[in-house]
Design a binder for this molecule. Structure first.
Ligand code: GDD
Ligand code: MG
Length: 335
């Protein structure tokens, strides 16, 4: 089975981390998010994936030098301008000649971690003879997602991207994994920007060819600061198909440091009596003696006795000794 994986967004919400590392290559328990997604797709029968890229492919080529990721063969489609989600699928599917490789293919947003067995989604898709099928997941607050209303057979009656309060009563949202017949590519020419959420899905709803399949498998969109950190922490404790390495072997963690529900990347240094709580230290991060890091992701340097809570500290981020910081991004991406 072939897949198109959307990895061309700017990762704006995760700046400044994404100034250095594209969102899909950020680590989740020390393995790139994309590799975890590919592991999950491979379990469901995916053997080849084209990465729909909006940027240069170099960081991806470097991360996967043999063009293989979790036993999935990779190819690349690089847009010369952002084509948005539907445009990107149409462009990448043609670059990879997906329509010559079979009648049905998979699409995945590149920032999703889920235990969904994509093979089940394919089975459902065929059983209802859909042109497209969306994986649905239940959430408490749908405002950040695409909300889907269906009838009892799973046919989609309405798709509302990022609804305003009260606009829909459904709590089932688009989980960012889709199954398509290659005939759906006629709706996605791939030559100009087009949104799958705001244009293609509503058009498919009008034509009565879009279905949805809900599951309560573990699911998280790791593309926001809180969910990125949470995706790491939850993987430490939940049962999953993924291999978990909380502390990289090359990290230097002082014996007196206290590490609680956190992941520590390669070549990180954690000084004496430092406390790391529900946080992610990304490769090369340095936390000096007696500093406290809580609910944060750190690539840069946190000085001695500093206290950092709910922050993103990029590779160029320098937190002075003794500083107290909450809900901050350093360096500030807005500047
Ligand atoms: N190649 C390419 N080109 N990829 C893109 C582009 C583009 O122009 N724009 C966005 N993407 C990729 C992103 O890299 C990401 O993997 C995926 O498309 C979705 O974009 P996000 O920016 O992460 O969207 P979102 O999280 O706000 O919403 C989407 O995901 C939700 C589930 O997590 C929507 O699909 C929602 O409907 C959905 O509920
Ligand atoms: Mg997202």
């Amino acid at each position: 089975m072939h897949a198109v994986v959307l990895v061309g967004g700017f990762g704006t919400r995760l700046r400044p981390l994404t100034f250095e590392i594209p969102k899909p290559l950020l680590p989740v328990c020390n393995i790139p998010l994309l590799e975890r997604l590919m592991t999950s797709l491979a379990h469901g029968g995916v053997t080849h994936a084209v990465l729909a890229l909006g940027f240069k492919p170099e960081p991806f080529l470097k991360a996967f030098p043999n063009n293989r990721c979790a036993d999935v063969e990779l190819s690349y489609a690089v847009e010369d301008r952002p084509l948005d989600t539907s445009g990107a699928i149409g462009f990448a599917a043609r670059e990879a000649k997906i329509y010559e490789r079979g009648k049905t293919f998979i699409v995945a947003n590149g920032d999703i971690l889920t235990d969904l067995d994509v093979a089940k989604l394919v089975l459902f898709h065929h059983s209802v003879k859909a042109e497209g099928t969306i994986h649905l997941t239940p959430v408490a607050d749908p405002s950040q997602y695409g909300v889907v209303e269906t009838d009892a057979t799973g046919k989609v009656l309405r798709f509302v991207e990022k609804p305003k309060s009260g606009e829909t009563m459904s709590r089932h949202v688009n989980g960012g994994t889709y199954i398509f017949e290659t005939s759906a590519l006629e709706r996605m020419p791939g030559t100009a920007p087009l949104s799958i959420e705001r244009e293609t899905f509503p058009e498919m709803v009008r034509d009565g060819v879009l279905y949805a399949f809900a599951s309560d498998d573990y699911w998280i969109d790791a593309g926001r600061p809180d969910t990125y950190v949470r995706s790491n922490i939850e993987l430490l404790s939940r049962k999953s198909i993924y291999q978990v390495t909380p502390i990289a072997t090359t990290a230097k963690v002082d014996a007196t440091a206290i590490i609680t529900q956190s992941t520590i990347g390669a070549n990180c240094v954690v000084g004496e009596n430092a406390q790391i709580v529900r946080s992610v230290l990304i490769d090369g991060a340095k936390v000096d003696a007696n500093a406290v890091v809580i609910d944060s992701a750190v690539m840069g340097h946190v000085g001695a006795f500093a206290q950092v809570t709910s922050c993103l500290i990029g590779a160029q981020g320098e937190i002075n000794s003794g500083a107290v910081l909450r809900d901050a991004k350093v360096p500030d991406p807005a500047c």
